[in-house]
Design a protein. Structure first.
Length: 536
């Protein structure tokens, strides 16, 4: 039976930061989700199961053929590319070498290596065509051998999922599979997952997509280096945790009240003991009691007072420990607060004007214009050119009819170069305004939840969501302050609370916004005023 077993595993990042210490988890057939805050270790756990990382201790067991669909498909497929050059769609599908061997055999090759590569899969071409059609992937002449970099992010994801189906996988790992998918592609992915798990196979996903998470049979939450399993979808887990937290808050409140009461009783007892001691001394003096007798009485009173003090001290200590434990059970939700000066963008001012792909992508010959603090969402099917349009737009700065105000652009993948991997978050922010006071980058980083030592994290160590926060913080530290934000799929690497926090922050942004997102709910939360379709 297809399954995954993690037995008492531990793992540390290269900087010795502990991610897991003694984590155990078993998952069987069906669709399971991994959820948790950014940096909780969701992708790390997938990579441990996939064998890309080795645990420091413990055991990972996978029963069945495993396929892994990571977030960065271009990087992962480079290692799988065969025949030279960059990865192609056939590499994402995992069939490039077999198709090439089949073609050589059909052309008359008798090379034993070709027969070994092909094995028993003489129908690989037919199966590939069928899966491509099912997933809605490009199926024209030569599309199989198109460079993967020319495919949209959504097309790459669907191709990798199709590759898992072609590989007869029993266990499927997916990291944010709905990132970049349009509505039609999402439906095809959902159908493919239902078919996969319906056959008694095991699928595990990391996702912040609520619609997809509601399809899970099991929800696993990573929190503070451990994992908890909840039967059912994300909403069932959230309801259970909300009930727990309501009880935890009440328990913490009661524990703090008990601690205050214990301290009051202690203080009252100490005051009473001191008063009794003064009265006793005065009485002894007035009665002229012999010293030996008064000394004995004083010793007895002191011992009794000491016992009473000890009892109250024990009560205070116990109440204090109970209050700490109760307080620890209450989760602290960090809120992403962006505190920005008003960019003072008047509504009549032209922010940008650019021709749409094909000259009239929205069925209108006029160019796309933004006036003042407008909020516009670009829509379109996967491969229609939304990301390409944004790249061309931001690269045309200074040309007539392009962006006319200071702006910040956050690309879809937020790549970190080899030179940037060791740059810290605070250093990245400071680089955007070299003349700032030394304390300002630290204060600005804190507004984006990089407080204390987290501001010293290197970019190469950040999770996808942390990387988005770091680059957004850096972009909004620049001067002049951006009056236009150009964002390409900003929620791709955020956890669920991160999406909510970013939406709330952008809703308060008083500048213009040009947004590409597959998340209609997020678009509504940030206050999109109009949508402009892009057509290939």
């Amino acid at each position: 039976m297809p399954s995954i077993s993690c037995i008492d595993i531990s793992y540390e990042h290269p900087d010795r930061t502990s991610v897991f210490d003694g984590l155990s988890l078993t998952l069987g057939p069906g669709l399971s989700s991994l959820v948790g805050r950014n940096g909780a270790g969701k992708t790390t756990l997938l990579r441990l199961v996939a064998g890309e990382l080795a645990p420091g201790s413990g055991t990972v067991l996978v029963d069945g053929v495993l396929a892994y669909v990571p977030q960065d498909l271009l990087a992962s497929s480079r290692g799988a590319a065969s025949g030279g050059g960059g990865p192609q769609m056939a590499d994402l599908l995992g069939v490039r070498s077999r198709l090439a061997a089949l073609a050589r055999i059909e052309a008359g090759s008798a090379d034993e290596d070709d027969f070994t590569v092909l094995g028993d899969e003489w129908d690989v071409a037919e199966r590939t065509s069928a899966v491509i059609a099912k997933m809605g992937l490009p199926a024209g002449p030569g599309d199989l051998f198109r460079p993967a970099a020319q495919l949209s992010g959504g097309e790459r994801t669907l191709a990798a999922v199709a590759g898992a189906l072609l590989a007869h996988a029993d266990v499927l790992l997916l990291d944010e599979p709905t990132n970049n998918l349009d509505a039609g592609a999402r439906r095809r992915l959902f159908d493919a997952l239902a078919e996969f798990t319906g056959g008694g196979r095991c699928a595990v996903m990391v996702s912040h997509d609520l619609e997809l998470l509601e399809r899970a049979d099991m929800t696993c939450e990573l929190h503070d280096g451990d994992v908890r399993q909840f039967a059912g979808p994300y909403s069932a887990m959230r309801e259970a945790i909300e009930c727990e937290q309501a009880a935890a808050v009440q328990a913490a409140t009661s524990a703090r009240e008990d601690l205050r009461a214990a301290r009051r009783q202690r203080d009252q007892a100490q005051q009473m003991n001191a008063t009794r001691a003064r009265i006793a001394k005065k009485a002894e003096r007035e009665k002229r009691v012999p010293k030996i007798i008064s000394g004995m009485r004083a010793d007895a009173a002191e011992k009794a007072a000491g016992k009473l003090t000890d009892r109250h001290a024990e009560k205070v200590s116990g109440a204090s420990e109970a209050a700490r434990e109760a307080d620890d059970a209450v989760r602290r939700t960090q809120l992403l607060r962006i505190s920005l000066p008003d960019p003072e963008l008047p509504r009549p001012r032209q922010v940008m004007a650019a021709g749409l792909p094909g000259g009239a992508g929205a069925g209108d010959p006029r160019p796309l214009q933004l006036l003042g603090p407008e909020r516009v969402r670009l829509t379109g099917a996967n491969g229609s050119g939304k990301t390409t349009f944004l790249r061309q737009l931001v690269s045309a700065v200074g040309e007539e009819g392009a962006i006319a105000v200071p702006f910040a652009y956050l690309a879809q993948d937020l790549p970190v170069s080899a030179e940037e991997r060791d740059v810290t978050v605070v250093e990245l922010i400071a680089s955007r305004r070299p003349d700032a006071e030394s304390s300002e980058p630290h204060a600005h980083a804190a507004r984006f939840l990089f407080t204390g030592d987290s501001g010293s994290k290197r970019l190469g160590e950040l999770s996808g969501g942390e990387r988005l926060r770091a680059f957004l913080a850096a972009a909004l530290f620049a001067r002049p302050l951006p009056q236009l934000l150009v964002l390409d799929e900003p929620t791709n690497n955020l956890d669920i609370s991160g999406v909510e926090q970013l939406a709330g922050a952008l809703a308060e942004w008083k500048g213009a916004l040009l947004l590409v997102t597959h998340d209609a709910g997020f678009a509504g939360q940030v206050g999109i005023e109009r949508e402009v379709p892009i057509r290939a």
